[in-house]
Design a protein around this ligand. Structure first.
Ligand code: PRX
Length: 636
């Protein structure tokens, strides 16, 4: 039995047991037998959740790109590493081999070096889903620069905040991006962002849309000629296991995004090991994850995890609805995709369309279907299972987070019996716990609680960039000696986990994490707004949609309410991005507050969900009368 490849349920249980009985010995064996190192580690793990401090493979040295690219060249040099499917189906797909990937990454690495980028420097990457994005990520890793990829749907203000938070002096972007029938002026967004980022001295621009853009002398350079002229050999920087590999921002319950820092060795090992088992990848398979590399799913399961296993990983530039709702299935047929990994929101959107969009295509290549990012409802699960998997491809409902770096709770396909809406069992090495209201662990089954993880795993984020105290506060202060996920979960009679959703002020809309605070901050910047509160409510396709309660100042209250709504949503788009726009904006005279001045979101949530059967005790409110007027306005 190989511990690296789990083949049945019995092996899962055996390996799981080993991994929790002696985690050091277990991970040491995986690290030793399946990865290339420049220097062996001195100790496998040291940890203290009270600080918090976690170190894996301390003293070890390596470069992740040697594991993801170089070591495959002898046996897989001609194998497709990246399979690029463009937005426009009439444009040819690109099969980028491991050898070609090696050359392109090294060229990009040399270009970065020539721009003065050194080990430890932060590089902001704001690129669409084109091959240059993967090259850029890997080129940073090659030279030990810390990449910070910002999803190319974020606004100029959001981009500027992220560039400044990690003090990046260089930004990689494109002239524009294609998304379905639209194109987006990325360079214009970058230019606007950089008005707030005086330290940025260099911008490299990939050409994708050939649109007219401004190029600022000295600062801006087109990538292509620099790449063309650069050498395709670049020695990999030798990195310490615990050196930072990347920063990736995620929403928090305060206005400022949290720059989660992932380190080199532990992240690599866990991303690779989970990829191999949760997708049961075999040498000839074509694997496709539909996420954007701007999110953690893309980092771990488009780039690093697949490449560390020598896989063929498909990168799709477009959207599921272009040129029509059959696009995903057309791509599955065209490239004979074997593993397909997407989000519940996409499944729900496609399930609403005519089934002929699915039936037109041959999906018989599929072996494993994955879902991630939010709870999958039963109806969507069955649609996916019946129509896409034809009841033959198991669905892996994978629960994890930006902070966890890799999948934490998931079935192993063909081993773990699946159960709709359940992420099922912890992955190897993961020790979940459910906590009760008092902060005690609930040991029995058939319970609900707050989901924590009791023991370190290799790919956990090590800190929040520039704010270790916030890291401690957010994740390690709620429960002693445990990492708190922010999610609620239940456990059934056999120990399967079902994630029920966030228990903090984060709302997941179409699989995107949105903090209420940054949205409220954006709204409150409107001159006519006195105060606001955002809550989520269930939505057929998005999972959750945003409901805003807004108190207007006197003058603004006299204006046309629809105009105000448009202006408020425009502000949100400018400050954060279109993904954070509100579906419903209701103007109210006040917000229910506790005597200490805290907004009672629970009540606002119930009203937005049109479920006022149990509003709880409102007598403790400072202004209980406001609840009745809000209910009147909303009509519940
Ligand atoms: O609430 C959980 C939800 O997404 C959150 C993490 O979001 P993010 O950091 O953006 O990472 C998303 C991709 C890994 C979690 O705290 N979530 C993620 N996967 C699932 C899920 N909720 C239910 N079921 C899942 N499979």
């Amino acid at each position: 039995m190989s511990n690296y490849h789990i083949k049945n349920l019995e092996e899962y249980f055996q390996i799981y047991r080993k991994s929790v009985q002696n985690p050091e010995a277990f991970w040491e064996e995986i690290a030793e037998e399946h990865f290339v190192w420049r220097k062996r580690w001195n100790s496998v793990l040291s940890w203290d959740f009270s600080k918090p401090e976690v170190k894996w493979f301390e003293g070890g040295q390596l470069n992740i790109t040697e594991n993801c690219i170089d070591r495959h060249l002898t046996t897989r040099g001609d194998k497709t590493a990246l399979l690029f499917e463009p937005n426009d189906p009439a444009e040819s797909a690109q099969h980028i081999t491991y050898m070609e990937l090696y050359r392109q990454v090294n060229k990009m690495a040399n270009v970065l070096k020539a721009q003065g980028v050194k080990k430890g420097d932060r590089v902001c990457i704001y690129l669409p889903m084109i091959p240059e994005l993967s090259y850029a990520v890997l080129a940073c890793a090659r030279i030990g620069a810390v990449h910070s990829v910002v999803f190319a749907g974020f606004s100029a203000t959001a981009l500027a905040t992220r560039i400044n938070d990690c003090d990046a002096a260089i930004v990689l972007t494109a002239d524009g991006s294609f998304r379905g029938s639209k194109s987006i002026d990325l360079k214009g967004i970058v230019d606007k962002a950089l008005e707030e980022c005086p330290q940025v001295t260099s911008v490299l621009v990939a050409q994708r849309t050939s649109s007219n853009i401004d190029m600022k002398a000295e600062r801006d350079h087109f990538m292509a000629p620099l790449l063309e002229a650069a050498s395709d050999e670049c020695a990999a920087e030798v990195m310490d296991a615990e050196d930072p590999l990347f920063i990736l921002y995620t929403s928090g319950s305060t206005g400022k995004p949290k720059g989660m820092v992932h380190s080199c060795a532990g992240y690599m090992i866990y991303a690779a090991y989970t990829f191999k088992n949760i997708f049961q990848y075999q040498e000839e398979d074509v694997y496709w994850c539909t996420a954007d590399i701007g999110w953690i799913t893309g980092h771990s399961y488009i780039v690093y995890g697949p490449l560390a296993n020598g896989a063929t990983t498909l990168m799709f530039e477009g959207v599921p609805s272009y040129p029509d709702f059959g696009r995903f299935w057309e791509i599955v047929e065209k490239h004979k995709v074997n593993q397909f990994y997407t989000a519940p929101t996409a499944i729900r959107a496609l399930a609403k369309e005519n089934i002929s969009f699915v039936e037109k295509y041959d999906l018989s290549s599929l072996k494993v279907l994955g879902t991630v990012g939010e709870p999958i409802n039963e109806e969507a699960w069955h649609w996916y299972n019946n129509n896409i998997g034809k009841k033959e491809s198991p669905i892996v409902d994978t629960w994890w987070q930006t902070e966890t770096g890799g999948i934490m709770i998931s079935p192993i396909p063909y081993s773990t019996p699946t159960k709709p809406t359940f992420a099922t069992l912890p992955f190897i090495g993961i020790q979940p716990a459910l906590m009760d209201e008092k902060g005690e662990e609930i040991k029995e089954n058939q319970v609900d609680g707050r989901l924590c993880i009791k023991f370190p795993w290799p790919s956990m984020a090590r800190t929040i960039w520039g704010d270790h105290e916030r890291y401690r506060q957010t994740y390690f202060s709620a429960y002693e000696n445990s990492y708190f996920t922010g999610d609620g979960a239940s456990r059934d009679a056999v120990g399967y986990y079902r994630i029920t959703g966030r228990v903090d002020d984060v709302i997941i809309v179409s699989g995107h994490n949105l903090g209420t605070a940054p949205i409220e901050d954006a709204i409150n910047e409107h001159q006519g707004v006195a105060e606001s509160a955002i809550v989520g409510y269930p939505h057929d396709i998005k999972g959750n949609a945003l409901f805003g309660y807004v108190i207007l100042k006197d003058e603004a209250a006299k204006r046309n309410p629809d105009e105000m709504r448009v202006e408020i949503n425009r502000l949100i788009s400018d400050k954060i991005g279109p993904i954070a726009k509100l579906d419903i904006i209701t103007f109210v005279p006040g917000l229910p507050k506790t005597r200490s001045g805290k907004i009672m979101r629970r009540i606002l949530r119930k009203i937005a969900q049109k479920d006022v059967s149990n509003l709880g005790d409102t007598s403790t409110l400072l202004n209980p009368e406001v609840v009745a007027s809000i209910r009147d306005i909303v009509g519940v």
